[in-house]
Write a protein that binds this ligand. Structure first.
Ligand code: SF4
Length: 388
């Protein structure tokens, strides 16, 4: 790696590995503002920003955390992210957060929001119920009311009051961030050897634990350095789309393993929040309506949205087509209901289209990848040897 590229990736990795959220602490010292954590997958980041609140993505403890107390809160047959999140809450890693928002993803997160309320009664704890009815007159009105009440709760905790013109400005800032992320995804699609996924991934993880403006600068520096890295040459790897990893994130070692086993990841759903909306949001008009409309009409076909099976199968096939993927890796956290319940329907669509696929599961704290390496390596070889 060249100097600047190495530097940017190291900076991002440091932010990603900092479970005590040093960048958030520094921002709070400098600004005196509120910081509020949120669980994956989607929350309206623009609204927090417009009220002077730093939204902080909480994506679990990964493979760096020993779970001591977290296990006592959960039965054994559920995913890992709630255990590590509660562990981090109890060990003080999140004491810089003034609150937590739990978006409606699944029962596990709903349950975690209740536990958080009991454990941290003095902090803001908000369950954000997002609509599962996409009619503007039903789900739209409901979601708008949710956003208004979230804005009021933030203001009651000391954030700035809701202001439409500030929200329009914040939407413009997040459009910039979304644009930068989209550009990097496009570049990786075209020339995956220039943007290895393990680098893109740490940049995305860094982007949720520091101010948005700093994230935009980091992504710009990375793009420039990656484009200038002439020493990176294409290799004979299979192009794969990875799906199922939208909430609990795979360990970085797993992503590296996929790449080392002969796969170029050309699309994925890691840290999906900056790609949750497929288009930029309007920066004029009623900004709350823009957030609502975008959520209803432009959100990705995620397993946590109650939309038709055919829509999800079709959306995945479109992504395969767009990314030029030669195969699909279903890579979901163990016990993740939304991912694993959708998988048979999506597999049916992929099989009907004659696209090679394979599946495996992980936990965020896995440390051994030999079996996955063999499976992904065999998959990649079979694509290279026998695909059209
Ligand atoms: S990993 Fe899956 S089951 Fe676990 S909290 Fe996330 S969406 Fe829910």
């Amino acid at each position: 790696m060249t100097g600047e590229l190495e530097l940017v990736v190291a900076e991002a990795e440091e932010l990603f590995r900092d479970l005590r959220l040093g960048a958030v602490r520094r921002w709070k010292e400098e600004t005196g503002g509120l910081a509020v954590g949120y669980m994956p997958i989607y929350v309206p980041l623009e609204l927090f920003h417009a009220q002077g609140v730093m939204p902080v993505g909480i994506f679990g403890g990964g493979d760096q955390l020993e779970i001591i107390r977290g296990d006592a809160y959960y039965q054994s047959y559920i995913c890992h992210i709630p255990r590590s999140t509660i562990e981090l809450g109890l060990n003080g890693a999140f004491d810089c957060l003034d609150g937590m928002v739990f978006p409606a993803i699944c029962d596990v997160v709903r349950n975690l929001s209740g536990m958080w309320k009991l454990q941290f009664p003095d902090r803001l704890v908000r369950y954000l119920d997002v609509p599962q009815n996409f009619d503007p007159e039903v789900g739209g009105r409901f979601y708008r009311a949710e956003l208004e009440s979230l804005a009021a709760e933030l203001a009651a905790r000391g954030a700035a009051s809701y202001d439409a013109s500030r929200l329009r400005e914040s939407i413009a800032v997040y459009n910039e961030l979304r644009g930068r992320v989209r550009d990097l995804y496009d570049l990786r699609r075209r020339e995956p050897w220039k943007v290895p996924t393990h680098e893109l991934y740490v940049l995305l993880r860094a982007s949720v634990v520091q101010p948005v403006e700093a994230s935009i600068r980091l992504l710009d520096r990375y793009r420039e350095a990656a484009l200038a890295a002439d020493e990176r040459r294409p290799m004979d790897q299979a192009r794969v789309l990875v799906t199922g990893s939208f909430c609990e994130q795979p360990p970085l070692g797993l992503i590296r393993t996929l790449e080392r086993s002969g796969c170029y990841v050309v699309d994925d759903d890691f840290v999906q929040i900056h790609r949750w909306m497929e288009c930029d949001l309007p920066t004029g008009g009623d900004p709350l309506a823009s957030l609502v409309d975008a959520f209803l009409a432009d959100s990705v076909a995620s397993p946590v949205r109650y939309i038709g099976e055919e829509t999800k199968g079709r959306a995945l096939l479109e992504r395969v087509e767009r990314s030029g993927a030669e195969g699909v890796l279903f890579c979901a956290p163990s016990f993740c209901d939304p991912a694993l319940l959708d998988q048979p329907m999506i597999v049916a669509a992929v099989e009907a289209a004659g696209i090679p696929w394979t599946a495996f599961k992980y936990a965020e704290n896995n440390g051994q990848f030999q079996v996955i390496r063999e499976q992904a390596g065999t998959f990649s070889d079979s694509i290279k040897l026998w695909s059209d």
